[in-house]
Ligand binder design. Structure first.
Ligand code: BEZ
Length: 337
């Protein structure tokens, strides 16, 4: 009997050892906090492939691939291939597209706090605007998208706004009076030009070249990159490099997808987008003089207008938009020193 007991005990220990070994090898095979998961993402934006936003998208793709050891892959859909920005935001919100680089101008129509970014002359240069990404108010503005199924990840800066004129050298804001001026369809931008007496015309980017060529518009609010990539020097004689407003793309992600990722994978997303944003602003800042020269060599007269001449219009903007939203007021109070 004693002998049977001993054999039974030995068998029990043996079974226990086997079970423990099996369990531990199962645990070893499991990915650590989701780090083994594979992703095939889609990213959409509106600019052509030679614009800095597309280059930033490529950098993001490269960083994700590198930081995830190839687990995170991205298919990029540039140049409005997936529709308008309204369509893209809808697709991100529903989850059929994972990421988007969307203009803050468009987002201001869905989440009014984004209007804050269009406070005229809020930053002395691109680097100062880039540094604002890390402020509390900038993060709170991203957070206003939370209720729409969208996670606002970060901002990408690629050149401030300038003014191009078909055949009138506008030297002061009052010279804008009566000009038909293309402005992105966003109320704060349109109000800024209206306050100077221009008639804002809402035209999407692909229609701008023909409109100025045929005289439907007398000028446009644009950035230097897009001025070159769209060859506006062929149809506009004057370029005032005013840098009067920043022009951020906002990096968005489907909120559910982000929420379900492991902390390690969220970190990969956050750090990759940060690397892309830093890359974009650094590369673009270094190109400012080169871009002005490219346009000037192509025959456009490039000049500046003193910021002081815009002071009354800046004040009007702040007085109108500050009281409309606490975050816009906080933004103005933070950066208008
Ligand atoms: C624009 O509509 O002016 C624009 C949009 C995206 C990038 C550059 C310019």
């Amino acid at each position: 009997m004693k002998k049977f007991k001993k054999i039974g005990l030995t068998l029990l220990i043996f079974v226990l050892i086997l079970t423990t070994a099996a369990c531990s090898s199962e645990t070893d095979a499991k990915p650590k906090s989701g780090s083994g998961e594979k992703y095939s993402f889609k990213l959409a934006h509106i600019t052509p492939t030679d614009h800095m936003w597309h280059k930033a998208a490529e950098k993001f793709k490269e960083e994700l691939d590198k930081r995830s050891d190839g687990r995170m892959q991205v298919e990029i859909y540039p140049a409005s291939q997936l529709g308008t920005e309204a369509d893209m935001v809808q697709q991100i919100s529903s989850g059929s597209v994972d990421f988007g680089f969307i203009t803050a101008a468009y987002l201001s129509s869905r989440a009014p706090a984004f209007t804050a970014w269009f406070s005229p002359y809020a930053f002395k240069d691109l680097e100062a605007a880039n540094a604002a990404r890390d402020t509390e108010v900038a993060k709170k503005i991203l957070g206003t998208l939370d209720g729409q199924g969208i996670k606002g990840l970060d901002y990408l800066f690629a050149g401030n706004r300038v003014m191009l004129f078909k055949d009138k050298e506008v030297k002061k804001p009052e010279d804008m009076k009566g000009l038909a001026f293309r402005v992105t369809p966003s109320p704060p931008l349109q109000d800024f030009y209206k306050s100077m007496g221009a008639s804002p015309e809402s035209l999407p980017l692909p229609e701008v070249y023909a409109a100025i060529q045929t005289g439907v518009i007398d000028g446009m609010d644009m950035d230097l990159d897009a001025s070159i990539t769209n060859k506006y020097h062929e149809v506009a004689k004057y370029g005032a490099v005013t840098n009067h407003m920043v022009w951020p793309a906002v990096a968005l992600m489907n909120k559910d997808k982000y929420g379900k990722m492991s902390d390690d994978d969220k970190k990969i997303i956050d750090e990759s987008i940060k690397a892309a944003a830093e890359y974009a602003v650094k590369t673009r800042s270094a190109q400012e003089e080169e871009f002005k020269k490219t346009l000037s060599d192509a025959g456009m007269k490039i000049y500046e207008i003193d910021q002081e001449l815009f002071e009354p219009y800046i004040k009007q903007f702040d007085e109108k938009y500050g009281p409309t939203d606490p975050l816009i007021q906080e933004f103005i109070d933070t950066f208008r020193k």
